[in-house]
Design a protein around this ligand. Sequence first.
Ligand code: NAD
Ligand code: ZN
Length: 349
Amino acid sequence: MASKNVQITDDLSSVLDRFFFDRNYTQVAVLVDENTEQACLPLVKDLIPEHWLISIVSGESNKNLSTCESIWGALTEGSFDRHSLMINLGGGVIGDMGGFCAATFKRGIDFINIPTTLLSQVDASVGGKLGIDFQGFKNHIGVFKDPELVIIDPVFLKSLPNKELRSGFAEAIKHCLIADRKRWDEISQKNLDTQNWVDIIGHSVAVKEDIVAGDPFEKGQRKLLNFGHTIGHAIESTYLDRGEERLLHGEAIAIGMICESYLSKKKSGLQETELNEIVSYINRIFGLPQLDKEAFEEMVELISQDKKNQGKVINCTLLKTIGEGVVNIPISTGDVIDALFYYNQLSDK
Ligand SMILES: NC(=O)c1ccc[n+]([C@@H]2O[C@H](COP(=O)([O-])OP(=O)(O)OC[C@H]3O[C@@H](n4cnc5c(N)ncnc54)[C@H](O)[C@@H]3O)[C@@H](O)[C@H]2O)c1
Ligand SMILES: [Zn+2]
């Protein structure tokens, strides 16, 4: 189950009471964006001590140094000392950036994360990775540090747009595919609207914690978590500047998981029936939007440059079977192209 620093609860009030019971923070700041200020802050603000509110503009494009400056500026203006606390109330952008600001302000103040998107609850809340984007590179500047506490309450999902919910669900699907056949069988019987979020979040957190615990600095097994991400990231990046067509992270990862399942059949023993099962469920939840084949070359280019490769070989995380991932399987650029064409022809059928 989840460790003591991640609490999944439907009773925010008592978790926060317990947390503050024996702590004496000189000051408390709450970091929100305009959406979480409106939808999430009302559920939290009366449960915490008197605090400063720091509100930033939502969106990945603001996860940068200049927003950090404004956050550090607000803490400085409020005369925050080293015995103060920051509460990050929001999705992965707030968690990553707020955590980074807290971890570096005066060489580090305590912080707690209250993730409010499914993606941040099942993924970003575990693993201690904090950071910001820099000069077009994602998560380029950052540190590893665990929050004092992560409080996950599915109540926040009620106000989350359905597209964001679905995007986060891709990571939960991934956790089943790499680590838990039985759980895959359970979730893949259901649509998005009938899933049990408490169970799903608990499971995802446990799987991720387990993998991260064995490899805190991403030397080996942690790469299991990259399933769907080698090709998925490249798709996400290629579609970043496409306005309406732009894909949310999880939407791109869902396509990446189909492509990498196809490669798993080719390279690491995944059975054809399993591949079809994965394709069919991802289709049911996400559909199979066609990719622009003019962009395939750019995707391959991005994958070849990925910092996770060693030399020219693309190392990919694939599946041996549903419920068991395998890291460092070498694939070629030709394999990537093959997988992208495989994906595109699925919706022609
Ligand atoms: N640290 C990690 O290990 C890790 C892992 C995965 C992703 N991430 C990072 O997480 C970020 C993406 O996270 P995200 O998808 O949560 O994005 P996000 O923080 O941008 O949130 C998505 C949108 O939902 C809104 N929102 C948040 N909670 C809401 C709620 N309860 N009701 C209504 N609206 C709400 C936000 O304002 C935003 O517009 C990326 O920057 C990614 O790099 C980090
Ligand atoms: Zn991801």
